[in-house]
Design a protein around this ligand. Structure first.
Ligand code: PLP
Length: 450
């Protein structure tokens, strides 16, 4: 009976549903997820998996939180929708809470997704530069291997060729520089010198392009989707200095690194940065409802208060800051606080890296990189040449983990051949037993692939 239902549903899925980012295949049946509790999800066949990717790096407080559903439900009954050209209580409360979390004076603009939050940021930066009289500043600098979203502007900022191929031309004015991928630094150069050289690449680009044409720099504190590329603090400090000295605004994309993932409230708190703009999504609601935010430094916001025509921020999105999503986000932040999940992420992250450290001697492991409760294991054919393993090898390891009930991620950039980083970003609420299961399964599967 159950199998008949499963077959029928699979048939309907294939017929009607276009999956995200998934190559079409008639062989692999889609995993139809029916339930989630804590770090675990269950599929239609009743098989359970530990989701060590938190969905798409977002289910920070874990699955099955009744209080999140209730917060949204109560708000939907009371007042389900009103546009933010006016105001409502959950948006005010959440904006206040986010400013507190950011530990600085920020004003919050709500949207629906990480891409949206970045689009709003780009428009704000261009308009700000115009309004302070720097009329020729429109370009943005980001890094290769970064991901900032799928919409035309956010995709333009993205530094992964495979995501752009066949969708170009995109927005003009987006430039890319080398990321601080220390593992692949030139032979003989120290990690520190390499980090400074990568920061210098940003300044060189500003100078070569003409400072008066550069509006902003966008970066994640740690490149996540591009393969967990962790910079030295000196890199980010230097980038901030460069931005300030050239009148370039710094947008920090906290879509993945935010909300405890890094072991601090926001990723940039680990580096003492004071961004002009912070974008966030995913962990803001732990993925339960769509919501994102663009936090803008008060000084920048002030410039939009001029009384000339067109000096206000002429940007709207119908669903941005939906009351139920805001109410749910507030409850989500409360859970992160009351359960100490930010600190727990730091602790679990430390334990995860300690316990995975022995994989360093595995012949396929080139590098293991961690940031809070986020780990990347870069797989190579040879430790000497650092040539990436084939995609088939990465997929085989992932598939074996999945058979054993563990979902892990794969990141990098297909065109550049670096789609060779296994990724772990489990819910911050994971139990000690969950962590043991992750470590044991990954080590076991890796040992079968020596
Ligand atoms: N920025 C980063 C760093 C991301 O990882 C993502 C999505 O994975 C985005 C932005 C875009 O977010 P969304 O998929 O919600 O549009």
């Amino acid at each position: 009976e159950h199998n008949r239902t499963a077959d029928e549903l699979e048939g309907k899925d294939r017929k009607h549903l276009w999956h995200h980012m998934a190559p079409y295949s008639d062989k692999a049946a889609p995993m139809i997820v029916t339930e989630g509790k804590g770090s675990w999800i269950t599929d239609l066949n009743g098989k359970r998996y530990l989701d060590a990717m938190s969905g798409l790096w977002c289910v920070n407080v874990g699955y099955g939180r009744k209080e999140l559903a209730e917060a949204a439900y109560e708000q939907l009954l009371t007042m389900p929708y009103y546009p933010l050209s006016q105001s409502h209580l959950p948006a005010i409360r959440l904006a206040e809470k986010l400013s507190e979390w950011l530990e600085g004076e920020y004003v919050i603009f709500f949207s629906n997704s990480g891409s949206d939050a970045n689009e709003a940021a780009f428009k704000m930066v261009r308009q700000y530069q115009q309004q302070i009289g720097r009329h020729s500043r429109y370009k943005f600098i980001s890094r290769y291997r970064s991901y900032h979203g799928g919409s035309m502007g956010a995709l333009s900022a993205t530094g992964q060729a495979q995501r752009k191929y066949k969708y170009e031309p995109l927005s003009s004015g987006f430039l890319h520089v080398r990321p601080p991928d220390s593992y692949r630094r030139p032979a003989g150069m120290s990690v520190h010198d390499f980090n400074l050289q990568c920061a210098q690449a940003i300044e060189d680009t500003i100078v070569w392009e003409g400072e008066e044409t550069i509006a902003g720099v966008i970066l994640e504190p740690v490149i996540t989707g591009g393969g967990i590329i962790v910079p030295e603090p000196a890199y980010l400090e230097r980038v901030q200095e460069i931005c300030r000295s050239h009148g370039v605004l710094l947008i920090v994309d906290e879509v993945i690194c935010g909300f405890g993932r890094s072991g601090r409230k926001f990723g940039h708190h680990n580096f003492g940065l004071k961004p002009d703009i912070v974008t966030m999504a995913k962990g803001l609601t732990s993925g339960y409802l769509p919501l994102s935010a663009t936090a803008v430094c008060k000084d920048i916001y002030e410039v939009f208060k001029e009384q000339e025509d067109y000096s206000y921020f002429r940007h709207v999105n119908t669903f941005g800051g939906n009351p139920a999503a805001c109410a749910l986000a507030l409850k989500n932040l409360e859970i992160l606080e009351t359960e100490g999940l930010v600190e727990r992420a730091r602790l679990l992250g430390e334990r995860l890296s300690e316990q995975l450290a022995e994989l360093d001697s595995h012949p396929l492991v080139g590098d293991i990189r961690s940031f809070g409760f986020l780990t990347g294991i870069e797989l190579v054919k040879s430790k000497e040449t650092k040539a990436p393993v084939s995609l088939a090898t990465v997929k085989k390891i992932m598939a074996t983990c999945k058979e054993r009930g563990l979902i892990i991620g794969k990141n990098g950039d297909t065109v550049a051949g670096f789609n060779n980083v296994l990724t772990l970003a489990p819910p911050l609420s994971s139990t000690d037993e969950d962590l043991d299961f992750i470590v044991t399964t990954v080590k076991q599967v890796m040992s079968e692939n020596e």
